[in-house]
Design a protein around this ligand. Structure first.
Ligand code: T1G
Length: 703
């Protein structure tokens, strides 16, 4: 038997114990061990029932994701589960932690399931571009019904054990020791003469509902909501098979659909993202014994939209937070914004009244810096002006206790300069939230030249506590996300001068999968924000570099986007639907004429390459400069902060999937035609020449 599985006999019960840290992923050795253990239990005439438990923090967390993309190795999980379900002796799965994906499918192959009250069960495969490929799409609907099965399989979210009981996924909840509970339940089964009960033979969940209508409705919803995604429609097709085929044929259909998903580029991209999120937490040069400071209390300076959003992040995480505004009137406005934000969530049903009250109680409005003397972490979220930041940080430096972490939410100013306003630059770090801060998952953790290891580790830890995707970035203009956005936005605007309209550019990028097109985003954020940044950049970049002029023309005409009712698009009062701005066409014509450009029709492919490759080229420079630790960190930033489609894995992963030689060839053409902005990044040239990928590259630490 594999060392990952132990088989013990407790009287007439076989106890199978799986132990594959850290999450009991069902890799080949574990599958082999499970198969042998169940076959041994079946063959042992002294055994009348089987109990299956897992050591460690959780029941099986699913298939071993690291195996995807590699040649399959027997036994497959469906084979193992078929043997489990086919056993002639009743088996009990004892669930704790999270039974996910193949883990829940193993439990569904067992004849009974009990769960610790705080356990959760789920089928998150869709988040990896897959579908439950070991019987989940066939067995779950038979137990829980088609509606619940579709909800769990398409949403990918786990359900609490209590709810799983309601839906007959779990038979009973227990407290206390796993083995004791499992053995007791198995003994009861035997005493009550309850034998095998195969999920695959249940029909209750398939009866009494109009499954065809349910399936049609979910299908229409998926087509409308996520047209670009590959696996959700196949999830639906697999569940649909369960409603009309016997188990064996349904399992075959599920397998076909699973392999289609497994071989899709979307699965590769989504699995890349799964591991990227875990990689981002690893900071190459941080000593493993670095201990984060405990953050028991926080404060936010500035009660604008960002400041309030950040304060809500702390309240949502259960961290008491002081919100400082300079005057009582401004403070009351800020606190009202907090109340209104929560009230909207309660109205939507995504937050309970009680939770709202609890969270609001954690936010304390203050106007006096002296009240900050005891806080562990302060996040400054005031106006993006260095003089204002200086005032704030000098006051924080004077009032905060030794060891308090001082963070700036600056989106592009020099953090090292900000740190220099204090006596302890080692305690200063950047926490760059993305608006709306209480919604967007991305957090750029800006590492200053003097930021200590402990403070950096503390920033990552608080990022996790706030349930953010925290990514370490270095200090430069725009850090990572915005620095790349500058290139992307500039190129999008150059396309307007070459002949495109905002509608064409936005549509091309939405078709690529971006959540919003660049001009809709600019209208939403306000064109004046970009104007200040462009002015600052023009002052520091080489004078011969050319800038597009359309945004400046719109700003000069007071057309700042949604906030003025017109920008690249026009908006009816109270309506965010972008309509054509009739005054834009003459501006575009003038901009083209001024540069001697003859406007022309632009192909969608050209629009996508001109914008997306500008992200890639800048990302390569960022990697080379050490501003980001790895290409997957850059991907995470774009996936979680800028609406890049998850099923493409991020700009760097996308470039890898296209082939860096092809990307470089296009960039070289653009360089020849569009000038210096398109000078190929040396790292891109190097990797393309060597036939390598960004994801396979690590900076030379010695370098
Ligand atoms: N396979 C391989 N490695 C895994 C893994 C998995 N399923 N789950 C986690 N890891 C690694 C992870 O990369 C990290 O590694 C370490 O374990 C700790 O993870 C046939 C096809 C279970 C809720 O999608 O949701 O089953 O960084 O930091 O915060 O139908 O891990 O330490 O080297 O996340 O305590 C479906 C994925 C697979 C569950 C625990 N299952 N995992 O969270 O730890 S597809 C999933 C999670 C499938 C079948 C299909 C979480 C967790 P390292 P962690 P955590």
């Amino acid at each position: 038997m594999s060392e990952l599985v132990r088989l013990q006999r407790r009287d007439e019960i076989a106890l199978i114990i799986a132990d594959n840290p850290p999450v009991n992923a069902l890799g080949q050795a574990l599958r082999q061990g499970l198969l042998q253990a169940f076959q041994a239990a079946e063959a042992d005439s002294r055994v009348r029932a089987v109990v299956l438990v897992c050591e460690g923090s959780t029941f099986f967390a699913g298939a071993d994701i690291k195996e995807f993309g590699k040649p399959p190795v027997a036994p497959s999980l469906p084979e193992v589960i078929d043997v489990i379900e086919g056993c002639s002796k009743p088996s009990v799965a004892v669930i704790h932690g999270t039974a996910l994906g193949g883990g829940l499918e193993v439990a569904l192959g067992c004849h009974y399931r009990i769960a610790r009250a705080d356990a959760r069960v789920g089928l998150p495969e869709v988040k990896l571009g897959l579908l439950p490929g070991a019987g989940g799409t066939q067995r779950l609907p038979r137990l829980a019904g088609v509606a619940k099965a579709l909800e769990m399989i398409l949403g990918g979210a786990p359900v609490e054990a209590g709810e799983a009981c309601e839906y007959h996924i779990v038979d009973e909840l227990f407290e206390g020791d796993l083995t004791d509970a499992g053995l007791a339940y198995a003994r009861r089964l035997l005493q009550e003469g309850r034998g095998v009960r195969r999920s695959g033979e249940q029909t209750r969940g398939l009866e009494g509902t109009d499954n065809a209508a349910l399936i049609a409705a979910r299908h229409a919803e998926v087509v409308k909501r996520s047209p670009g995604l590959f696996s959700p429609l196949r999830c639906i097709a697999a569940v649909e098979a369960a409603t009309r085929l016997p188990l064996a044929e349904g399992l075959e259909r599920e397998r076909e659909l699973f392999l289609e998903c497994l071989n899709s580029p979307q699965r590769a991209a989504l699995v890349h993202t799964f591991f990227a999120e875990r990689q981002a937490a690893k900071i190459a040069d941080l000593p493993v014994d670095t201990r984060p400071r405990e953050i028991r209390t926080a404060a936010v300076i500035g009660g604008g939209a960002m400041g309030v959003g950040i304060a809500l992040c702390f309240a949502n995480a259960g961290v008491p937070v002081k919100l400082l505004e300079v005057g009582d009137e401004a403070l009351q406005r800020a606190l009202q914004r907090a109340r209104d934000t929560y009230a909207t969530s309660v109205k939507r049903g995504s937050l309970s009244e009680a939770a709202m009250v609890q969270r609001l109680a954690l936010i304390e409005g203050i106007t006096d810096y002296a009240a900050l003397a005891d806080v562990d972490l302060v996040v400054e979220a005031v106006f993006e002006d260095m003089a204002v930041k200086q005032q704030v940080f000098e006051r924080l430096d004077a009032v905060c206790k030794p060891g308090a972490i001082l963070a700036s939410n600056t989106s592009s100013l020099d953090l090292n300069a900000i740190a220099a306003f204090t006596r302890h630059p080692e305690d200063v770090v950047g926490l760059h939230f993305f608006s709306p801060a209480n919604v967007m998952r991305l957090l750029e953790v800006v590492r200053g030249a003097r930021t200590s290891h402990e403070v950096l580790a503390s920033a990552m830890a608080i990022g996790r506590k706030l349930k953010k995707v925290a990514v370490v970035v270095g200090v430069c203009d725009g850090f990572v996300g915005n620095r790349m956005l500058f290139q992307y936005g500039r190129e999008a605007e150059f396309l307007l001068e070459e002949g495109a309209t905002p509608q064409q550019v936005d549509a091309a990028l939405r078709n690529f999968g971006m959540a919003m097109g660049p001009f809709a985003v600019r209208d939403l954020a306000g064109l004046d924000i970009g104007q200040a940044i462009r002015k600052r950049q023009r002052a520091i970049l080489p004078a011969h570099l050319e800038f597009p002029t359309v945004a400046d023309r719109l700003c000069a005409a007071g057309m700042l986007g949604q906030k003025t009712g017109v920008g690249y698009y026009r908006y009816e009062p109270g309506n965010r639907t972008p309509l054509e701005n009739p005054e834009l066409a003459p501006m575009l014509a003038a901009a083209s004429r001024e540069k001697g450009i003859e406007r022309r029709e632009l192909e969608e492919r050209y629009i996508v390459e001109r914008t997306i490759y500008s992200l890639v080229n800048e990302g390569a420079k960022i990697l080379e400069e050490g501003i980001a630790q790895r290409s997957s960190d850059i991907d995470l930033i774009y996936l979680n902060g800028y609406g890049f489609p998850a099923w493409r894995g991020g700009p760097m992963f996308y470039a890898d999937s296209v082939g860096l030689d092809k990307v470089l060839a296009t960039i070289r053409e653009l360089h020849a035609r569009c000038g210096e902005w398109w000078k190929p990044a040396p790292l891109l040239e190097k990797l393309a020449a060597e036939g390598r990928t960004f994801s396979g590259w690590q900076p030379d630490r010695a370098g």
